[in-house]
Ligand binder design. Sequence first.
Ligand code: ZN
Length: 139
Amino acid sequence: MSGPRWFPDAMPTPAVDRETLPWWQAAAEHRLLLQRCDTCGCVRLPPGPLCPTCRSFDQSWQEASGRGTVYTYTIVHRAYVRGLPVPYVVAVVALEEGPKLTSNVVDVEPAAVQIGMAVEVVWEDMGPAVSVPRFRPRR
Ligand code: ZN
């Protein structure tokens, strides 16, 4: 897969572990997953071994809609890796299923980003098996 790019190859690759590997494998297929507790039904992100609400280890994956709103954000003006175009937006996106995901808002002038802005996921393929969810204003 190769789609639009917003960030350079010099960006650090995600840290993957046993708990997050299925999430990243789905991301490589452009599917945004949430973890759902089989005992109490709460939905969570990031993935973890046990439910923070009821401490159950029973969980399954569900696919998120990819829609959300900007919960909060900041505009970064200093490049910390070579080739990083600034300014760019780091945002906490409140997904419509409830969990929040820290990501970037792209395809918009940073100054136009607002808290509460409706956004949707868009995938950036950072390598053959690594895709990262970003968000753009909802169309
Ligand atoms: Zn639970």
